[in-house]
Design a protein around this ligand. Structure first.
Ligand code: HEC
Ligand code: HEC
Length: 326
């Protein structure tokens, strides 16, 4: 009975508002709560010597165990911090591990990697430096020897410390803090109510109605929790067990970190197994396997239109290749 009364009340309210030409109350409500659900991007801190050093290291192949790969080989900065060509190639060669996540806006994450590790950014980078799927496993001495020309830069940036895996990770973290991409959604959250188009606002509302906003929370529209991939309908590929590797708890099999969605239009392919190569398809699959909210053709397009407002400006100065200390 109460529910009925509520529906009648809301309907009358909507009619009144349509007559008065006001915004739909539900929409108004959600778009007023964006600070609570998401929040505007943190601006990059002022760069310093560590930032410049990290910039060089990010582009330097000498940092890898093989002496052949650099961070930018996988996290291609002009391709939104990921490398879809490489993923395709890895799949063909049978060397594919996981889809390469972007390195833009990672400074504001609190969970890292598809496995949802609750660690600090420099700790994730330390892991990247030693992972066989990223910079390679093995002895550090040859790498530090190859990087000897950096000694002076390290002395300046870390007067009390030496060039070690720790200071290297720290300098890379300082560099990654510059890779932020402020987008129209941030202007909107910061009070510029014209920053989003009418269609994008409609899409934002649909994003909420279709339950997307219940998981894709935080400043990166994701990255704050782990959730089961296939909670509604089993995910066909069960090779990667995700969060289970972090906790070793049977109940966490097939749980993955909720993907951050900033710049998502540019970061294809999608999902941990890179199984979707178009965003419209990814939105549909999310609903089919995880959200179960009944997303139809129209709402898929509305959400897609909203997701475009999460694409931001790339920080030119920091994405270009620097001159490397030889
Ligand atoms: C061979 C490709 C490759 C290279 C080289 C590589 N990465 Fe990655 N990176 C990945 C993959 C794949 C993941 C996802 C790993 C996972 O989920 O376990 C990842 C994850 C990350 C993440 C976490 C992003 C997130 O959203 O959680 C950061 C940060 C990162 N890498 C930084 C670096 C840095 C810094 C370097 C260089 C020192 C580097 N990577 C080198 C492939 C690579
Ligand atoms: C129950 C939590 C949950 C809900 C609800 C949810 N998602 Fe997700 N989303 C996730 C998880 C977890 C992943 C990572 C899955 C994986 O790849 O294993 C993800 C990944 C994605 C990706 C892929 C991003 C990438 O870079 O690979 C997109 C796009 C996405 N979600 C959009 C949506 C949309 C649109 C909705 C609403 C229809 C939605 N999600 C609802 C949890 C959720």
């Amino acid at each position: 009975m109460l529910a009925y009364r509520k529906i009648i009340f809301i309907s009358l309210l909507s009619i009144a508002q349509i007559l008065l030409g006001e915004e739909d109350p539900q929409q108004q409500k959600f778009s007023d709560k964006l600070d609570f659900y998401f929040g505007a991007i943190d601006p990059a801190p002022d760069p310093n010597e560590r930032t410049e050093l990290g910039h060089q290291l990010f582009f330097d192949t000498r940092l890898s165990a093989s002496d052949k790969t650099s961070c930018v080989s996988c996290h291609a900065l002009s391709s939104a911090g990921t490398n879809r060509k490489l993923v395709k190639q890895q799949k063909e060669e049978g060397t594919f591990f996981r889809d390469i996540p972007t390195v833009f806006n990672v400074a504001q994450l609190n969970l890292f990697s598809w496995e949802g590790k609750r660690i600090m950014l420099y700790e994730k980078i330390h892991h990247s430096l030693n992972s066989k799927h990223e910079m390679g496993e093995g002895e550090w001495e040859p790498r530090l020897d190859r990087l000897a020309s950096y000694q002076d830069l390290f002395k300046k940036a870390y007067p009390e410390k030496k060039m070690t895996q720790e200071t290297i990770s720290d300098a890379l973290a300082e560099y990654l803090k510059q890779l932020v991409t402020p987008a129209p959604i941030d202007d909107y959250i910061n009070g510029d109510k014209k920053a989003l188009s009418v269609e994008q606002l409609k899409g934002l509302n649909t994003f909420n109605e279709m339950k997307c906003a219940s998981c894709h929370t935080g400043k990166n529209f994701g990255g704050e929790m782990v959730q089961q991939m296939g909670a509604i309908k089993a995910w066909p590929n069960k090779k990667d067990l995700g969060y289970f590797y972090t906790t070793k708890n049977e109940e966490h099999k097939m749980f993955f970190r909720v993907s951050p969605l900033r710049n998502v239009i540019l970061t294809k392919p999608y999902f941990h197994d890179a199984s979707s190569s178009h965003l419209l398809d990814a939105i549909r699959k999310m609903d089919e396997h995880v959200a179960g909210a009944g997303v139809d053709k129209e709402s898929t397009i509305e959400i897609y239109t909203f997701l475009k407002s999460l694409s931001g400006e790339l920080p030119e100065k920091w994405i270009d290749a620097p001159v490397i200390q030889k």
